[in-house]
Design a protein around this ligand. Structure first.
Ligand code: UD1
Length: 534
């Protein structure tokens, strides 16, 4: 991973002395082992990195806490209980009300969305940011584009709905969209390419001021006994701090302050590699808001014991996700009295935060910052020997060190108020794009088929017909026509669509405008009638 860029001037002697003292005190003085062999630029680069690391005693404490937690097997031990969802997103008696509540919150400017996009498409065989991946739908849309356009549509729907204080008239022509800021978390690997991609595509129609990019941080790598590993004589070996780095990164990059300034009350966070995700999901947001929840999750039923998804549980009265990589096989396969998987509330990274809770999670002096245990991954980490030749880098053949990763979901344990769970629908909420094309599981081919199947159902529900082979040919509905299957009757009713195409809104615009003109005339007629009343 690229360390911080070197500053031009040689480092200040008093700063170096105080850093050396701090590193010595924390038992990490070896990071200066090759200081004398470094030139000014290398020394500056090292000092820049140490500045980013900040309080080394705190980082060393995080390492110690995390390894102790790992060694105790804490992530999966300790009498975990299954979580059951409070309600279903398809409940006809409540879902429309939750959706309306979510739209109204968005219309008032109270909704923000956080997109976790620090990951690369390595498992997909691409070195680009995962979000740039074209999943192979008829339109060739990438994950970023699918998601951004759905958010744009949601902003339009919220603008058309209006808030309670200022409802929008149904006859209003082109009401302004709501402002729903999108905070995109990148990593040093994905940042520049992600920003350039959004910019070169006009932010996919989102207002540029509503798209904020912020970089997640990194942590030093450690030897098994807790010494910071040096990648070279002047560079600490580093690794991204995991998607749980979102909390520190939101604070450090001013995003929490920005949300506060905008009056955000509800935050929806999701991960980039889901081709069905609905950023800002109004039903889920409205449900959590109505529940007065501090935090919430939309979960789906786990499909099979080995499915690579974390599961929501409770432990000691606190919400706790057991990640798939840490779930013992016997617990994963355990069944309840009805024969269903006992731990089946699958985490599909659809997270809700009341703003105040999120701000607490991000607080540098808060409980999460000082108590959160990171997850331990034992890895092969190329290194320079502090006691050896400063110019030689060793490439180990077996794991020699530890990378620490924070997981976003560990924040739930810090909630003091209610945590709400909404049961979603797998076929509508989750099309993971994790593995290479053709691998048959959680790959672009399985994801685009899920999108196509859902969109075909939308068309048919709106009174249209879809022609072609459902197994081999795809159909797509562009988000400008519909982001959740809504409002397709005019466009699709009584029509037949051939697979291999993307249905978009253009064709229905004229009809919609005519409808609005008619509504406006009716409005005017009603106003005139009122005025004429004696
Ligand atoms: C993740 C979840 C898992 C869930 C599964 C569903 C976590 C820790 N795990 O697993 O519980 O069941 O998705 O698909 O959330 N990311 C960053 N920075 C990082 C690492 C990851 O931004 O340093 C982002 C990725 O871009 C991606 C998301 O976090 O959007 C999930 O990351 P990934 O490591 O691929 O998680 P999974 O193993 O799939």
């Amino acid at each position: 991973m690229a360390p911080a860029v070197s500053s031009a001037s040689p480092p200040d002697a008093s700063e170096v002395a105080s850093l050396r003292a701090a590193y010595d005190a924390a038992g990490q003085g070896h990071v200066f082992a090759h200081w004398d062999a470094c030139d000014d630029a290398e020394r500056s680069a090292l000092i820049d990195q140490l500045r980013v690391i900040g309080d080394v005693a705190r980082v060393a404490a995080t390492f110690a806490r995390s390894v102790a937690d790992h060694d105790a097997g804490n992530s999966s031990k300790g009498a975990i209980e299954p979580v059951r969802a409070d309600a279903s997103s398809t409940d006809p008696d409540h879902a429309p009300r939750w959706r309306d509540l979510g739209l109204r919150a968005a219309a008032k400017g109270e909704l923000a969305v956080v997109l976790l996009a620090g990951g690369q498409g390595t498992r997909l065989g691409s070195s680009d940011p995962k979000g740039m991946y074209d999943v192979g739908l008829p339109s060739g849309r990438s994950l970023f584009r699918l998601q951004a356009e759905r958010l744009k549509k949601l902003a339009e729907l919220a603008g058309a709905r209006g808030s309670d204080e200022s409802p929008t008239k149904p006859s209003a022509d082109d009401p302004p969209p709501a402002s729903i800021p999108l905070y995109v978390m990148t990593s040093p690997f994905t940042h520049d390419a992600t920003v350039a991609y959004f910019e070169s595509h006009g932010h996919f129609g989102l207002a540029p001021a509503d798209v904020v990019f912020f970089k997640q941080g990194w942590l030093p790598c450690f030897t098994f006994d807790g010494k910071i590993i040096m990648a070279s004589k002047s560079a600490v070996a580093t690794a991204p701090d995991g998607n749980g780095g979102v909390y520190a990164a939101l604070r450090e990059n001013g995003c929490i302050a920005d949300m506060r300034r905008r009056g955000v009350k509800h935050v929806h966070a999701y991960c980039v590699d889901n081709a069905l995700v609905r950023p800002g999901d109004p039903t889920f947001v409205g449900f959590c808001a109505e529940m007065g929840a501090e935090a919430g999750a939309k979960v789906i039923a786990k499909a099979y014991p080995e499915e690579p998804v974390g599961v929501f549980t409770t432990r000691g009265g606190k919400v706790h996700v057991v990640e798939y990589s840490e779930m013992p096989a016997d617990l994963a396969a355990e069944k309840d009295a009805s024969g269903e998987l006992k731990f089946d509330a699958a985490n599909v990274v659809l997270h809700y935060y009341a703003f105040d809770f999120l701000a607490r999670c991000c607080d540098e002096t808060g409980a999460l910052a000082s108590e959160l245990a990171h997850h331990v991954a034992k890895k092969k980490i190329p290194h320079c020997d502090p006691g050896g030749d400063p110019e030689t880098q060793v490439a180990p053949k077996s794991p020699n060190g530890i990378k620490l990763e924070a997981f976003i979901f560990d924040a739930y344990a810090f909630a003091k108020g209610p945590v709400a769970f909404l049961r979603g629908v797998r076929e509508e909420d989750f099309a993971p794009v994790k593995n290479a094309e053709g691998s048959g599981k959680d790959s672009p081919d399985t994801a685009r088929k899920l999108v196509s199947d859902l969109h075909a159902r939308w068309i048919e529900r709106a009174g249209g017909r879809v022609e072609g082979d459902a197994e081999t040919e795809l159909i797509e509905v562009a988000a400008d026509a519909s982001c959740e299957g809504e409002g397709l009757e005019r466009l699709c009713g009584g029509r037949t669509f051939a697979r291999g195409t993307c249905v978009d809104k253009r064709e229905s615009d004229e009809g919609e405008k005519a409808d609005k003109r008619k509504l406006a005339e009716d409005d005017e007629g009603a106003e005139d009638a009122k005025k004429q009343k004696p």
